[in-house]
Design a protein around this ligand. Structure first.
Ligand code: ASP
Length: 337
């Protein structure tokens, strides 16, 4: 029997309709009243709510800091944690926590639902109950999934590999470049070889995230003025969403802008606009020019993981070389090296 902490942060799962018919976060007790099945689980489950449950589209670094703080405060009291979260930004929060929770060796499973817990056809119950089972699963006295994951619609995915793929279907998430860590059918099958190993060092959290960066997308017809954001002294990093295996038009002004920014210390990372596959820096002439200027290839990072990793590494104030090395390395299983 494991002792588990369920943390409520908001999202559709615990929402009710207000007088105008819009869904708004409701209190945690309402949610708990709708899942009497929790008492039937072979685990001791305690619950806590963040100070102000939100629609996850309102999420900020402060919300991540609060969640990381709750886990730090209770780390040694529980064998595992389940965070109830809105689906809109769940993949961002899971990615951020994967970096912020340093030397994590306990399960942190995020889940939510597409329909509120009070709806007859809700997907909330199965998601919550199986997430708790996964968070409580032990083998040889150790948790089976000692990392940040997302459980949704019968699949357990690595948090920092996950992206929201549907605003309509119950099957709302996928991790396009990494297989599921577990699949739930009649039994829960864990793909043990894919799960991160236990960490031995002392657990701690890092919360000094930096928002001094921009996400920019390459598209046909792109104008120089779009890149004027690089002139701002506030910007220390850029995530560039490039075509295919990491390509962009060979425009002189674009090369000049990128060179100038990199020379003044801005970290520019490229990720692909494709759902599957990764950056191959030298595959095309239209890619090579970027990497020769010093653009950092982001392999198969999702947008969500690259945002989280950028905020985390910028917050660490690393030298350009150390930043580049860390960004290209798999720190928490977030990319393929
Ligand atoms: N807007 C909601 C949220 O992310 C959507 C959801 O929970 O599914 O909080």
């Amino acid at each position: 029997m494991s002792k588990l902490l369920m943390i409520y942060s908001g999202g559709t799962i615990g929402m009710m309709r207000n007088t105008d018919g819009h869904l708004v976060p409701f209190d945690f007790k309402y949610l708990l009243d709708h899942i009497p099945e929790l008492k039937l689980l072979p685990h001791e489950i305690e619950t806590v709510s963040v100070s102000r449950p939100i629609d996850s589209s309102d999420v900020s670094f402060d919300n991540w800091k609060e969640l990381a703080g709750i886990i730090l405060d209770h780390y040694y009291d529980y064998e595992g944690f389940v965070i109830l979260h809105g689906t809109d930004t769940m993949a961002y929060t899971a990615s951020a926590l994967s970096f912020m929770l340093e030397n994590l060796s306990k399960p942190v499973v995020l889940t939510g639902s597409q329909l509120p817990i009070g709806d007859l056809r809700t997907d909330a119950k199965e998601n919550i109950i199986t997430s708790l089972e996964i968070a409580g699963k032990q083998a040889g006295g150790k948790p089976v999934v000692p990392e940040v994951s997302i459980y949704f619609e019968y699949k357990l995915l690595r948090g920092n590999r996950t992206t929201k793929i549907s605003s309509e279907h119950f099957n709302a998430f996928d991790s396009p470049n990494y297989p599921p860590l577990a699949e739930a059918g009649v039994e829960i099958y864990f793909n043990r070889d894919l799960i991160l190993p236990h960490r031995k060092d002392i657990f701690k959290i890092f919360t000094d995230l930096s928002g001094a960066f921009a996400v920019m997308k390459i598209y046909p017809g792109i104008q120089e003025s779009y890149f004027s954001i690089l002139d701002s002294e506030q910007i220390k990093g850029v995530i560039l969403e490039t075509y295919g295996s990491g390509n962009a038009p060979r425009l002189k002004w674009l090369q000049n802008k990128i060179k100038h920014a990199i020379d003044k210390g801005v970290h520019i990372v490229s990720i692909t606009q494709c759902m599957h596959g990764k950056i191959h820096p030298g595959r095309y002439e239209t890619g090579r020019h970027l990497y020769e200027l010093g653009v950092i290839p982001g392999s198969d990072l999702t947008l969500e993981a690259s945002v989280a990793k950028m905020a985390y590494l910028l917050g660490k104030n690393l030298s350009h070389k150390a930043f580049r090395t860390a960004f290209m390395q798999s720190l928490r299983g977030e990319l393929t090296e």
